[in-house]
Write a protein that binds this ligand. Structure first.
Ligand SMILES: C[S@@+](CC[C@H](N)C(=O)[O-])C[C@H]1O[C@@H](n2cnc3c(N)ncnc32)[C@H](O)[C@@H]1O
Length: 397
C-alpha cells in the first residue's frame, strides 16, 4: 500500500474502448443494490435447500494426489510436486520452518468455492469449484449459483482476490483507476463500493476507469461489469505502464461559445493488480505444479515496476495505491515495492495497514530475498538483497 506525498510525472496518449457517462442509469439490468440482493439471495437459497436432497460429504482424498473429492477412474491423478518450487521458496523463507509442511499440504488442497453478495458480505462453501461442477447432488445448487451470478445478485470470486480493494478505503466521490482490470472481479467490487452508500436512484460522483492491455479480456471485463448497470465506469485498452494523463471537463455551460474548462485527472485511488507468474493460484490449477520455474517471476519484475511507477505518477497527492499480485514470489512483491520506494524517494510512503481489517491473518513482508539467476533449475545463486524498510505483506495465498 503506497500513499502519494508529492507528484511524480511522465507522459503519453490513450485509446478508449467503451464506457458509460455520468447521468441516469438506463438499460435492463436486473441488478438491485444495497441490501436487496442479499435478501433475495437468502430467500432463494432457503427455498433451494428445502427442496434439495441431502448432499453427501466429499470423498476422502487419495494419498499424494489432488484432493478433488470425485472418483475419476480413467485419469491418472495429477502430480502435485515440484522440487524447484519447494527449494526456491524454502530458501526465500516465505513461511517459518515449522509451518512448511502445513503450508505445502494446503497448497495441494483444492480451493473452496467462494462468492460475494455485496461489497462487504462474502460466502465460503465447503466444496471446491470442481465438486460444485461435477457432483450430481450439487447440480441444482450449482445452477442456482450460476443464475444468481448472471442476474448480478452474487459475484463468484476467490476470497484472496477480494482483499486488495478492501484496503483502498474507497469513497463514493473518488476517482479510481484499476490499471490491469480484466476479467474485472475487483473492478466489480470497486463499483459496488462506490454505489453502496448511496440511496436507491442516486448516482455517486465517483469515476472508475478500468484498463487492460488485452483487447479480448477488455471484452470480458465489459461483459462482467455490465450487469452492474453503472454510469460511473469507463473501460480503456492500454498498456498500463504507458497509461495517459486524462482530463476532466469542468464548468460546462453546454454552449459551444463557452467551452468547458479542462482539469487534469488525478486519481484518489489506484489498484495496481499487475500481471504476474500467478504461482499463488497453484491450488486452482494443477498445471502450475508442472510448469513452475523461478524465471517466471524474474521476467515480470521490470514490467511490474513500470506499471506501478506509472500508477504513482497518476496518483493524487494524499491518494492511495494498492499493489497486488497472485504470486508468492518476493521478486514480484517486496522487490517491486523496494524498487518503487527507491525510485520515488520521498514522493511516496509505505502505509502501515496493520490496523485495517484486523481479522485478516497476515505476516510481515520479507526484507531480504534471493534472486535466482542460475540456468540450472535447481541451483539458487546466493544473491541476497537487503532493504531496510519494513514491508507489509497482506497475504501470500
Ligand atoms: C492479474 S490479472 C488482473 C485481474 C483483475 N484485476 C481481476 O481482479 O479480475 C492481470 C491483467 O493484466 C493484464 N495485462 C498484462 N500486461 C498488461 C499491461 N502492460 N498493461 C495493462 N494490463 C496488462 C492482463 O491482460 C490481465 O488481464
Amino acid at each position: 500500500m503506497l500513499a502519494a506525498r508529492t507528484p511524480v510525472s511522465l507522459s503519453l496518449h490513450h485509446r478508449i474502448v467503451a464506457g458509460g457517462h455520468r447521468g441516469r442509469c438506463v438499460g435492463g439490468s436486473q441488478r438491485r443494490r444495497g441490501g436487496a440482493p442479499c435478501r433475495q439471495f437468502t430467500q432463494a437459497l432457503q427455498s433451494l435447500w428445502r427442496h434439495s436432497p441431502p448432499i453427501p460429504p466429499p470423498a476422502p482424498p487419495a494419498a499424494g494426489a489432488a484432493t478433488s473429492g470425485e472418483a475419476e477412474p480413467s485419469r491418472q491423478p495429477p502430480v502435485l510436486e515440484n522440487a524447484a518450487f519447494e527449494e526456491y521458496y524454502k530458501v526465500q523463507q516465505i513461511v517459518r520452518e515449522e509451518e512448511w509442511d502445513a503450508f505445502m499440504s494446503v497448497l495441494r488442497k483444492p480451493l473452496p468455492a467462494t462468492f460475494r453478495i455485496n461489497a462487504c458480505l462474502a460466502w465460503h462453501l465447503n466444496f471446491s469449484r470442481k465438486e460444485l461442477r461435477k457432483n450430481q447432488a450439487l447440480e441444482s445448487f450449482h445452477e442456482f449459483l450460476k443464475h444468481e451470478s448472471e442476474v448480478g445478485n452474487i459475484t463468484r470470486q476467490e476470497a484472496v482476490s477480494m482483499v486488495p480493494p478492501l484496503f483502498l478505503n474507497v469513497q463514493p466521490d473518488h476517482h479510481i483507476l484499476d490499471m490491469c482490470a480484466a476479467p474485472g472481479s475487483k473492478t466489480f467490487q470497486l463499483l459496488e463500493m462506490i454505489h453502496q452508500s448511496k440511496e436507491l436512484g442516486l448516482l455517486p460522483g465517483a469515476l472508475v476507469i478500468a484498463n487492460d492491455l488485452n483487447m479480448r479480456r477488455c471484452d470480458l471485463l465489459i461483459h462482467n461489469t455490465k450487469r452492474m448497470c453503472t454510469a460511473n465506469l469507463i473501460v480503456t485498452n492500454h498498456g498500463a505502464e504507458n497509461f495517459p494523463y486524462c482530463s476532466l471537463a469542468k464548468d460546462c455551460s453546454g454552449s459551444y461559445k463557452d467551452p468547458c474548462k479542462l482539469q487534469k485527472l488525478e486519481f484518489d485511488r489506484i489498484l495496481c493488480d499487475v500481471p504476474c507468474s500467478g504461482d499463488g493460484t497453484i491450488r486452482k490449477g494443477h498445471d502450475m505444479w508442472r510448469k513452475w520455474n523461478s524465471g517466471m517471476g524474474n521476467q515480470l519484475h521490470l514490467l511490474q515496476v513500470n506499471i506501478a511507477m506509472r500508477g504513482i505518477a497518476l496518483l493524487k497527492v494524499g491518494g492511495r495505491m494498492v499493489y497486488s499480485t497472485c504470486s508468492l514470489n518476493p521478486v514480484e512483491n517486496e522487490a517491486v515495492i523496494a524498487e518503487l520506494l527507491r525510485r520515488s524517494g520521498n514522493s511516496v510512503e509505505l502505509l502501515d495497514v496493520s490496523s485495517e481489517l484486523p481479522e485478516l491473518v497476515r505476516r510481515p513482508g520479507l526484507s531480504t530475498w534471493k534472486v535466482c539467476v542460475s540456468i540450472s533449475r535447481y541451483k539458487i545463486e546466493n544473491l541476497g538483497f537487503r532493504v531496510t524498510m519494513k514491508f507489509h505483506t497482506i497475504g501470500r495465498m
